[in-house]
Write a protein of this length. Structure first.
Lengths: 355, 355
DNA sequence: CACAGTTCCGTGTGCGCACACGTAAAAATA
DNA sequence: TATTTTTACGTGTGCGCACACGGAACTGTG
């Protein structure tokens, strides 16, 4: 590990001059700059990030705005944990992370939390752009203030975000289609269950559905896909009635597709029909879903590594602030197929990184 | 982020004393130590790892010994890349990583490379314990010299290793069984193809096979599993003859299970039988296998995150050397199901961590 | 030639911490 | 009480780098 000081000695200059060359600051004659550059390359010099961080006294604040989670819909727990993990790690680098949350069903809480967020004077923002119109307003403010921001989980385009961290929803739906087909026989039908109350996450859900249908179309399969829409998944009675109605009127249904993160609720309600409808594919490895998977009430879950997504949002934004290295415009996490047999061990809190 | 100096001021002592308390060094009266401890807790003090690394001038060397890879069997490419990635990151922390490789089929090259490795006077070793007996000799040396070491990819027990980084081979085989069952109908048979030349990796392979069989047994399935053993996968003619013989004599075979990383070779040879034997399950996402997957010649690949495994081997050992935090005795990576539809994007070089 | 302006580069300090060293004060011993 | 030993703590330096400051050497101008 060669140091600036050593390079300086080799080039017969002072460490300060080498530093100037490394950072392309002016004040160095072309001749000596070239000479130093050669030596730097020769010795494969890389700045010691550790020392660099210590020396750069600049502090950064990253503010995060995401939906809060509860017992019933704990999807946002994992991203938050990833964010907390990253928060600890970047602390030593002089990056402070402030988290704000809002109600997914309430756009004004989105706005309000954002206003709180702005008060921290962040140098970077992580946003889950749940509401399209409101997001336009918020991002306009950020653009005006020259605050870089990334989108997490929901991919909106044309908003000037630095990056999107999430999944390819269409592809994950497409994959679900394949898995469903693998389960079914030729004459079997499918039931897709939507939730009206999930408008906020409409983007991902609809892309998943499209991908799912696309798989069957592209492969010339003739299994019919029936749709029902349930207003509110929490209304136990309505859910049960709706499902029973569908299953009774269409006895060919053998598989159920739930393109949101609450397939466990559906699983709860088809216990009586398990023999007739043995296959259920859902999304996201929340605790409830995991339990249903273990209990054989869900066949497949498609997961998107939410912990990593949270972690990477902070990580990539920090890198950008600290070293001006812009992240990829799309950071897509792998689409994981989770079954009862390969469900990850929860005791191992994802993989810890460093520090 | 409160600093030692600030804590010192609050406690009316010098930074040196605070440092002593933090590291449980003696030379501090119990009274003042307690006082300082209270203040540390109150302010939730955490050492700044960055500054700590810079101040600790101790240098560590980690030596790695793994099989080399070639065009045909590139399995070990990914772990090496993970190691290289980690190597870059830990460099700033004063950890140097030296890599050595050996021939999987030649135990004396294993020994020889190890001897080379020892010359670097490593403070930690990453080992792929390919040969049992020889490994005993090597680990005895390491134990004697008090050099901590971890096993990568192959789980041997009772050798005094600090940790094992790899997969649960039995579980991954078990999962393969489930996937196979999902593909097959009741009366279908299975062909499992072993490779004699893979003795070195015998542990993983046999565990996978056991897990595979176990799935069928546990679930009371009656699909017969036929075994053939091919001496050398590279002997194209023999491979073809062996497979054809099996498929012709047992027409009920509809699925093939290849418990090693070279299923693509098998895939190459069953083109003529694709209609009759549509399902092939193999292991490890090497480039060749990935290509076969994309071309629909392989149905499922079970992958084990080899990049992450390499990364974590270095990572956990570094943590141990730097901060004396011992890693989990088993670091098992998730068992990934890879299909044509969710094959990861190779352009995105796994996920970069920090620095 | 004197002067100011510019170009180019060296010096010094501090980031937060670890640790060696030094030194008062307290305790033990003579 | 004088002296040694031990205890308890303060001080100083350096890790590798960024950056502010200052100054020497050079250039141009009257």
């Amino acid at each position: 590990m060669i140091t600036i000081k050593e390079i300086a000695k080799l080039a017969n200059v002072s460490p300060g001059t080498v530093d100037r060359v490394i950072h392309n600051r002016d004040g160095v004659s072309e001749k000596t700059a070239d000479r130093i550059k050669v030596i730097l390359k020769e010795h494969n010099f890389k700045v010691n990030r550790i020392a660099q961080s210590l020396a750069m006294k600049k502090k950064y604040t990253i503010a995060v705005l995401l939906p809060h989670y509860d017992e019933e819909d704990s999807f946002w727990k994992a991203p938050l944990e990833g964010i907390e993990k990253a928060k600890e790690e970047v602390r030593s680098f002089g990056v402070v992370v402030e988290t704000f949350s809002f109600d997914q069903k309430n756009s004004s809480s989105y706005i309000k939390s954002f206003e709180q967020l702005l008060k921290t004077k962040p140098q970077g923002v992580v946003l889950v752009p749940t509401f399209k119109q409101e997001t336009r307003r918020l991002t306009n403010i950020l653009l005006q203030e020259n605050i870089p921001f990334v989108f997490l989980n929901i991919a909106l385009s044309g908003y000037g975000n630095l990056s999107f961290i999430g999944q390819d929803s269409f592809k994950s739906g497409y994959l679900s289609g394949k898995l469903m087909q693998l389960c079914l026989n030729e004459g079997d039908d499918i039931l897709t269950i939507h939730s009206r109350s999930n408008l906020s996450n409409f983007n991902n859900i609809s892309q998943r559905t499209k991908g799912f249908d696309c798989y069957f179309k592209e492969n010339g399969l003739k299994n019919t896909n029936h749709y029902i829409e349930i207003e509110d998944f929490w209304d136990t009675k309505k859910v049960k009635v709706s499902i029973e109605m569908a299953l009774k009127s269409i006895p060919k249904i053998r598989g159920i597709f739930v393109p949101n993160s609450r397939s466990y609720i559906i699983a709860d309600h088809i216990n009586d029909y398990r023999d007739k409808v043995p296959f259920l594919i859902g999304f996201d490895l929340t605790e409830h879903n995991a339990q249903a998977l273990v209990d054989d009430r869900i066949t497949f879950l498609i997961s998107q590594k939410p912990f990593q997504q949270g972690y990477r949002a902070i990580n990539s934004l920090s890198k950008f602030l600290l070293y001006s290295t812009p992240p990829a415009t799309e950071i897509l996490s792998s689409i994981e197929i989770v079954t009862k047999e390969n469900i990850p061990d929860y005791r191992q809190k994802e993989h810890a990184i460093f520090l």
